[in-house]
Design a protein around this ligand. Structure first.
Ligand code: ADP
Length: 593
């Protein structure tokens, strides 16, 4: 128990109250006893003095004889068991029951004697110089006709009083000791009952402050006093806090999940414009980890003047702002930046506590809209050329070759050719649309790759032979894959056909696939014209052709690689190209096992 603890202080207070009360009663009782005792002795002595004055007066009436007086004093003293002293007016002791008066000093200045001389009677309590003990003296003047003749003094030691007072004092001291021990015990017990729940509540409050909300106080049965109510209130408070904290942490984790999963970059700044948090999308956009950015300003961290100015404007004005900006590193991107103030207070004019900078990546959107625009232009263009040709030829046939059947037949053949080309384009466009819409399902089954490749080679063999291009196959016999055979065969045919188309006579196209760890790789390599780096990035786009004339000659639509790429991706794989202009190209299909 600490010295300044509540329990200790309460006990000390009780002890002090008990001690002071007992001491007060004790001292009152001692005073009263002393007074009562002295008063009764005094009354007794007064009666004795009155009697003695009579006797001494009678004796003195016979003439003053000190020896006779002394004998009288000694006889009376013995009889009454008192000390009797007779003093004349100048204070000379004439007789004394206990001592030899001739040896005694002058008594004129004793207070009781002075008072008796002045007023007839006088009392005094004091230590006797002669007897060395506290005495009660009572003196009475022996009257004469005009003035007193002498003073008779009786004295009695107050021996019994001291003993009595000591007894009373001792009884009180013992009583006080016992009472204090009892008070201490009772007080410790009672305060213990009060303090124990307070200690429990203190411990609980500490736990709550330390973030532990699940514990509750055991509310004891008993009277519904203040402590009972307080314990209940504390439990209720803990319950509320726990509920609130849980709710808050749920909300927080929801917000965190949204921030973590969203595709938009989000940067939160504090009221000084310093970065507080950065979500993964923003880390990707700027190429910095959150830990590198926290605590820095937008300018220092993101190295972007326009964003820094946008954030500063929102911080100072408290108004939302938007801006399209470009970031160049780690990749060039077009971002739509939106800066909103974060305000905790309900006062609309208060300075914001920070700002949230949201960054939406427009690069892909822009690319898609460009691709769409290009596509519409390409389709119109692709269809327009054969349509005008068709129209011209049909008009020619109708106007000019009424009787020239041979020329008419030749033109008709051309018309059929153009119509076939148009049909091919439309068919391939439809196929592409089907794949993109997810309508093209996959009929997968386990198949040996060599079987697939042979099917493709057979389909292209005639064309290869016509151009005198060698077709080499180097495929592991037992390499098997779980794929849609028609789709993958179509891809391989397309790649081999391209190899033949873009390789000059006498060249070679090699199809290979070997067993290895990781994904299965089927590659089609040619010794053809190759593709420049700029074109390599675009050949998978719809209608993109490096050399339009050459592609047209071979009946190409510019859609083949686009379809091939989509089909491979439907399998969860990828299609890539490596090439060196003038030397040849290698297309590789990578398929997951
Ligand atoms: P196309 O029907 O014109 O062949 P593709 O989509 O199959 O259309 O190919 C797109 C373009 O990629 C072709 O026009 C050609 O310029 C280029 N290309 C494709 N394969 C090869 C190759 N093996 N060698 C060189 N260029 C190629």
């Amino acid at each position: 128990m600490r010295v300044n603890s509540f329990r200790w202080r309460l006990t000390l207070t009780y002890l002090a109250i008990a001690a002071v009360s007992i001491a007060a009663i004790g001292s009152y009782l001692l005073n009263w006893t002393e007074k009562y005792y002295t008063d009764s002795v005094r009354k007794q002595l007064r009666a004795d003095s009155v009697l003695l004055v009579r006797i001494v007066s009678d004796d003195m009436g016979k003439g003053v004889d000190p020896d006779r007086l002394d004998r009288l004093a000694k006889t009376l003293g013995r009889t009454l068991n008192l000390r009797i002293t007779i003093v004349n007016l100048p204070g000379v002791v004439l007789a004394d029951s206990d001592y030899d008066p001739r040896l005694m000093e002058n008594h004129r200045n004793r207070p009781e004697i002075r008072r008796a001389l002045a007023a007839g009677f006088g009392t005094s309590v004091r230590a006797s110089r002669t007897l060395h003990t506290t005495m009660l003296y009572d003196a009475a003047a022996v009257p004469n006709a005009i003035a007193p003749r002498a003073v008779v003094r009786v004295a009695m030691p107050l021996l019994g009083l001291a003993g009595l007072l000591d007894r009373i004092r001792n009884v009180f001291l013992v009583a006080m000791g016992l009472t204090l021990v009892l008070v201490a015990l009772i007080s410790l017990r009672v305060t213990g009952q009060i303090v124990a729940p307070i200690s429990e509540m203190t411990a609980m409050a500490r736990r709550i402050a330390g973030g532990e909300f699940s514990r509750r106080l055991r509310v004891r049965k008993g009277p519904e006093d203040e402590v009972f109510v307080l314990m209940g209130a504390l439990n209720e408070m803990a319950e509320r806090i726990e509920h609130l904290v849980l709710q808050l942490s749920r909300e927080k984790s929801k917000v965190e999940t949204v921030l973590r999963k969203t595709d938009d970059g989000i940067v939160v700044l504090d009221d000084h414009g310093q970065i507080q948090s950065v979500n993964p999308a923003a880390e990707m956009l700027f190429g910095f980890a959150e830990s590198e950015l926290v605590g820095k300003s937008v300018m220092e961290g993101l190295l972007h003047t326009e964003l820094s100015q946008l954030a500063a404007r929102t911080l100072s004005s408290g108004e939302t702002g938007s801006l399209d900006v470009t970031v160049t590193s780690p990749k060039e991107r077009l971002l739509s930046a939106h800066c909103a103030p974060i305000t905790g207070s309900s006062d609309p004019d208060a300075r914001p506590d920070g700002v949230a900078l949201t960054l939406h990546d427009l690069t892909e959107l822009k690319r898609i809209s460009r691709v769409r625009r290009d596509f519409v232009a390409n389709v119109s263009h692709e269809l327009r050329t054969p349509l005008s040709t068709l129209r011209a030829m049909a008009e020619t046939v109708a106007l000019r070759f009424e009787d020239n059947t041979e020329a008419a037949a030749e033109f008709s053949t051309k018309i059929v050719g153009e119509v076939q080309r148009l049909t091919a384009i439309v068919d391939e466009l439809l196929e592409l649309a089907e794949i993109e819409e997810g309508k093209r399902g996959l009929n997968t089954r386990r198949i040996r790759v060599v079987e697939l490749v042979e099917r493709a080679v057979n389909a292209c063999a005639a064309d290869a032979a016509r151009k005198q291009i060698g077709l080499d196959v180097s495929v592991d016999e037992d390499l098997e894959l779980e794929v849609d055979p028609d789709a993958i065969c179509q891809v391989v045919v397309n790649l081999v056909q391209n190899g033949i188309n873009y390789t000059d006579t006498g060249g070679k196209v090699t199809i290979s696939a070997q067993k290895s760890e990781g994904p299965a790789l089927i590659s089609v390599a040619d010794t053809g014209i190759g593709i420049s780096k700029a074109d390599r990035e675009r050949i998978f786009e719809r209608f993109y052709r490096v050399d339009k004339a050459r592609s047209r000659e071979t009946g190409g639509t510019g859609l083949g690689l686009s379809i091939a790429k989509h089909l491979v991706e439907l399998h969860g794989g990828s299609l890539s190209v490596e090439s060196e202009p003038g030397k040849g190209s290698v297309f590789t299909i990578s398929l997951p096992r």
